[in-house]
Structure formats: structure tokens, C-alpha cells
Write a protein that binds this ligand. Structure first.
Ligand code: HEM
Length: 224
């Protein structure tokens, strides 16, 4: 095991996580009015509709799958009657479906940003890097689902849990194929980059808007 491997799978994730947290605080303090998704819907609707719906549905489902599959230990699934074989099959087929949706979606969004004249005019270098990074992370993820035979449940998942519990073990990733290493490292880089992009809109999802009453009745209390 080389020193580069050890640092990549122990120190690097913490550097990215720190940048992620400090970056969000900095962005919130210095650019509160720029904290949004920077919608371009009024400039072009058709391709955004297909690209954005495919991408958002796929990526949100992928996040949920990663959280449930990587953070919850297999013995807990065993207690629920979900064996390692069943877990792997569920992760494989669902991951493939939602990963492909996100990948096709992000490719459409990239194409829209590069080819639609009105969108091209408002696209910044940060937008291009962000969409390219998303395409690499999602594309390498789908590639691994299709072609990698690496045992995720007993290697990658415990490595991720080790990072969360401050006991990282880089030896778990020593046999990981290059495609998986690219997926994991590019995901950490994207996490660190996200506070400086339009991705900050994730944290302002209008969840409570759905629970809001249609008409807001004001109290007469205190009025003459
Ligand atoms: C949590 C729920 C989310 C909501 C409510 C949401 C909402 C939105 C909205 C309203 C837009 C603007 C679309 C337009 O141009 O009109 C947008 C764009 C975008 N979102 Fe989200 N989003 C969510 C989660 C995510 C996640 C998890 C990611 C990726 C990790 C993501 C990545 C993006 C990107 C890259 C764009 C820009 C697309 C483009 O214009 O090229 N979003 N989102």
C-alpha cells in the first residue's frame, strides 16, 4: 500500500468534508442573494423539462440508495431478512435504473448548455465544470454497476462508515478497481466544489411549502 493510497482514502475525504462545511458557511455569509438554482427556464423550456426531470429524479433516488446501502451495516439487513445476495441484487438493478436516468438527464443538460444559443449566453465556466463533474461521477457510477465485480457491501460500505465514525481504514479500498477509485475520488471533489456552485439550492428545497395552508388567515387578536 502506497502513501498516496493511504492519504487518498483517509485524509482526502476529510479535506473535502471540511471544504464542504466551511465553504457553505462562507457562501451563505458572503453571497446570500446568489444562493439559488439560477433557473434558466424562461430562456429554454423543452430540453430543460426532459433533462432536469430525468436528472433530478435519478440523482435524488441515487442519493437515497447510497445512504441506505452504504451507511446501514449488512447485519442490520440480515436481521430484517434481507441477505447480502438480495441486498446486492436490489442495489444493482435499482442503482442501474436511477443511475441511467440521472446520466441521460445530465448529458441532456450538458448538451443544452453547449448547444442552445440563449442558454450558452448565460452559462458560466462554473456551470460547465459542475455539469462535467456530475457527468464523471454519475457516468463512472453507472460503469461500476455494469462492469465492476468489487464487493461493495464488505469493502466500500465499511470504508464509508469508517469515515463517518472517524475511524477510516484505507486497506478496505486497496483492491478497488480504478473505475471505482475514480468514482469515489471524483465524488469527494464534487462535494468540496459544491458550495461554490448552484448546487447550494439543494439545501433550500421548498419542503415546507408543501405543508403550507392555501390561504393564510391572519389573527384578529390585538386589532381594534
Ligand atoms: C432537493 C431537491 C431539489 C430541488 C427542489 C431542486 C430544484 C432545482 C431547480 C428549481 C432548478 C432550476 C431549473 C431551471 O433552470 O429552471 C435546479 C437546477 C439544477 N439542479 Fe436541482 N434541485 C434539487 C436537488 C438537486 C440535487 C440533489 C442535485 C445534484 C446533486 C441538483 C443539481 C442541479 C443542477 C446541476 C441544476 C442546473 C441544471 C442546469 O440548468 O443546467 N439538484 N434544481
Amino acid at each position: 500500500m502506497t502513501i498516496t493510497h493511504t492519504l487518498m482514502f483517509t485524509a482526502f475525504p476529510y479535506i473535502c468534508l471540511t471544504t464542504f462545511i466551511v465553504g457553505h458557511i462562507y457562501r451563505y455569509i458572503t453571497d446570500r442573494f446568489g444562493w439559488n438554482a439560477h433557473s434558466s427556464e424562461f430562456l429554454e423550456k423543452k430540453y430543460l423539462f426532459y433533462g432536469s426531470i430525468l436528472f433530478h429524479t435519478g440523482i435524488i433516488a441515487t442519493f437515497m440508495g447510497h445512504a441506505g446501502g452504504l451507511l446501514v451495516p449488512q447485519p442490520l439487513y440480515d436481521m430484517l431478512g434481507i441477505t447480502a445476495g438480495m441486498h446486492t441484487a436490489i442495489a444493482h438493478w435499482n442503482g442501474l435504473a436511477v443511475g441511467l436516468a440521472a446520466f441521460v438527464g445530465v448529458l441532456l443538460l450538458v448538451w443544452r448548455r453547449l448547444k442552445q444559443p440563449r442558454i450558452k449566453m448565460v452559462t458560466t465556466p462554473t456551470d460547465k465544470v459542475l455539469l462535467a463533474a456530475l457527468a464523471v461521477v454519475i457516468g463512472s457510477g453507472v460503469y461500476n454497476v455494469l462492469f465492476s465485480q468489487f464487493d461493495v457491501l464488505y469493502n466500500v460500505a465499511p470504508w464509508v462508515r469508517g469515515i463517518v465514525t472517524f475511524t477510516p481504514d484505507s486497506t478496505l479500498m486497496i483492491e478497488a478497481p480504478m473505475s471505482l477509485q475514480i468514482h469515489v475520488i471524483s465524488a469527494w471533489v464534487l462535494l468540496a466544489f459544491s458550495p461554490f456552485t448552484r448546487l447550494v439550492h439543494i439545501w433550500s428545497a421548498p419542503v415546507f411549502y408543501l405543508l403550507r395552508p392555501f390561504i393564510i388567515y391572519r389573527s384578529r387578536k390585538g386589532k381594534v
